[in-house]
Design a protein around this ligand. Structure first.
Ligand SMILES: C[S@@+](CC[C@H](N)C(=O)[O-])C[C@H]1O[C@@H](n2cnc3c(N)ncnc32)[C@H](O)[C@@H]1O
Length: 213
């Protein structure tokens, strides 16, 4: 059977008002949609849902890619933009392993949480340090750039308070201005302007962007 098609679809930061028309139309015309429950719920018109969670994410993506190998059109949903700490590389790797043709894969960009944080803070983000520590153990990479005079926008690797404490422990001024953008675009969105010292003593959910001035 001829290969189908895989769309890797960015769904934006969470609220439906940040979904693109392209994302909505792509999901509507897909045979199957793979994504977290929260992501799938954003769409009204979904034919066959394949929900995943953190534990079975890889299995479900593999299932989606296999369905595409069997001739179906698949949407795989990614928070924000698939190319920024998203599922893009994972889907590309699994597709390659299954010899799925690269030309049948299309990325539908979404609005990244990073972009929304920059917008909320009025930051021209092409002149910021943009870093992600999500799902990685590369937190030390922030140290060489944190004092280079630019604002740093980062997806934390661990709790926001631990990241703030890590910076203080490594000599960054504890009075440094920090903005934490939590659950952007959700009804309980929380944007807190403070200092590293205060943030190191505060609790936030995992869904945060840190802006360090
Ligand atoms: C797996 S990464 C996905 C990032 C996504 N691809 C993007 O472009 O925003 C998940 C992390 O993104 C950040 N994030 C995603 N949505 C967010 C939101 N609505 N508000 C704040 N941070 C968010 C958090 O740091 C979260 O832990």
């Amino acid at each position: 059977m001829a290969s189908g098609k895989i769309f890797i679809v960015g769904i934006g930061p969470g609220a439906s008002e940040y979904l693109t028309k392209k994302a909505i139309d792509t999901v509507k015309t897909s045979d199957y949609t793979v994504g977290s429950t929260r992501a799938i719920e954003l769409f009204d018109d979904v034919q066959n849902k394949i929900d995943f969670n953190v534990k079975n994410l890889l299995d479900k993506i593999e299932k989606g890619v296999q369905l595409a190998c069997d001739g179906n059109t698949i949407s795989i949903l990614s928070t924000g933009d698939p190319g920024f700490s998203g599922v893009l590389n994972t889907v590309l790797r699994i597709s390659k392993e299954k010899n799925f043709p690269k030309e049948n894969i299309e990325v539908v960009p979404g609005i990244s949480s990073l972009q929304l944080a920059a917008a909320k803070c009025h930051i021209q983000w092409d002149s910021a340090n943009v870093m992600t520590f999500h799902g990685r153990e590369n937190i030390e990479d922030i140290l060489p750039i944190i004092n280079n005079g630019k604002t740093t926008i980062a997806l934390p690797s661990r709790k926001v308070k631990d990241m703030a404490q890590f910076l203080i422990d490594n000599g960054v001024d504890e009075d440094r201005k920090v903005v934490v953008c939590e659950r952007l675009s959700y009804p309980d969105e929380n944007i807190v302007e403070s200092t590293l010292k205060q943030i190191a003593q505060s609790e936030f959910t995992y869904m945060c962007i840190m802006v360090i001035y």
